[in-house]
Design a protein around this ligand. Structure first.
Ligand code: 26A
Length: 346
């Protein structure tokens, strides 16, 4: 069946991951938690060189929603996904260009010749990953960049939007513009909560976009952070999912769906106005097959979004997300196996 090009448009922060296996001492040196995502402060400046010089770090294409976009493209027909964000004009941007080209992902980067491409230090300890990000050129994306003709034509062409919540630290007006476009034209608007610090410290722009979420995706720690910062008075993942699904909504033509992943525990799904939540068990793989879990959530979101864009059922879309996450955790960093594996439906 012929489909139109670039049906899914994704916006967030393109980053290069500098990833290494670390230890407690390294986490302690930089005051990092074993499993977290934060913005780099003054005290973290040395971590990138430290990882490269002393921990045999690998350079891997990252940026949470860029991983999701590569993931969705993995499952969809060629030329289905386009991605927006800001990079520099340097060797790190060249690595990102190579990675997205190999994945068949179209990018429209805002290129800033004066600022370095963003970097994310990823410290792996066992099945945990601690991430510390210096946004660099990714931090300079603006609403004007979204309105450039070559970008805006992608906005108009797209049939669905996916926003990585990390972009709330960069350009809420661009997110809001895509939210409005989605609601006005009844296109699905998918949002990832991305990290606990987003609902904690970027509550206002997050809440401004909430009425536009058709699908909201998070993991258990992000759900808990949302609940706490929004005074939900519960720590129960199912109750939080139900609360998210039933927030006020702008586009009444779509019922909101809230999806909470919990690692190897079942994926929780709540639908606006519907009684009860559904649970979708995860098909675990043997522990020795896991390389690292960096990007597992992004991969889930990529598979899920591919399903939604392709008009698959909610159940099938969840299955696609779980399938792609399972592939990704068997690769180094937020990557997918090539040659491509063939998806088998639920
Ligand atoms: C603004 N921040 C903190 C971030 C990120 C981020 N992507 C965008 N913005 N912090 C970490 N990541 C990415 O998350 C992926 C794993 O889920 C990392 O680059 C990594 O590839």
């Amino acid at each position: 069946m012929a489909t139109s090009d670039y049906r899914l448009l994704v916006l967030e922060n393109p980053l290069l991951d500098i990833q290494a296996v670390g230890d407690e001492a390294l986490l302690e040196k930089y005051g990092l938690k074993t499993n977290d995502a934060i913005l780099a402060e003054e005290k973290h400046q040395g971590i990138f060189e430290d990882l490269l010089n002393n921990y045999d770090a690998k350079l891997i294409a990252g940026g949470a929603a860029q991983n999701t976009a590569r993931g969705a493209q993995y499952l969809l027909a060629p030329n289905s996904v386009a991605y927006l964000g800001g990079v520099g004009d340097d060797k790190y941007a060249a690595i990102l260009h190579d990675a997205v080209k190999a994945a068949g992902l179209r990018v429209e980067y805002r290129v800033d010749p004066k600022v370095s491409t963003g970097r994310c230090a990823v410290v792996i300890t066992g099945h945990n990953r601690s991430m510390c990000t210096e946004l660099g050129a990714a931090n300079f994306y603006t609403l004007e960049d979204l309105k450039k003709p070559e970008v805006w034509s992608l906005v108009e062409k797209a049939e669905a939007y996916y926003i990585g919540g990390y972009h709330f630290t960069v350009c809420p007006p661009a997110i809001q513009e895509l939210a409005n476009q989605a609601a006005a034209r009844n296109k699905p608007f998918i949002l990832s909560l991305s990290a606990p610090f987003i609902p904690q410290f970027f509550k206002d722009p997050l809440d401004a976009s909430a009425p536009f979420w058709d699908y909201v995706i998070g993991n258990e720690t992000e759900a808990a952070a949302y609940a706490e910062s929004h005074g939900l008075a519960t720590t129960d993942v199912k109750e939080i999912a139900t609360a998210l699904a039933n927030l006020p909504k702008a586009n009444a033509q779509r019922k909101r769906v809230a999806i909470i992943t919990q690692g190897t525990e079942p994926t929780i799904v709540a639908v606006q106005g519907e009684e009860g939540v559904k649970e979708y068990p995860v098909h675990e793989i043997p522990k020795e097959q896991i390389v690292d879990t960096n990007g597992a959530g992004d991969a889930f979101a990529g598979g899920f979004s591919a399903g939604i864009v392709d008009g698959k059922s909610l159940e099938e879309s969840i299955h696609m997300g779980q399938w792609l996450a399972r592939l990704s955790i068997q690769e180094l960093g937020p990557s997918y196996p090539f040659p491509k594996q063939t998806y088998t439906s639920a």
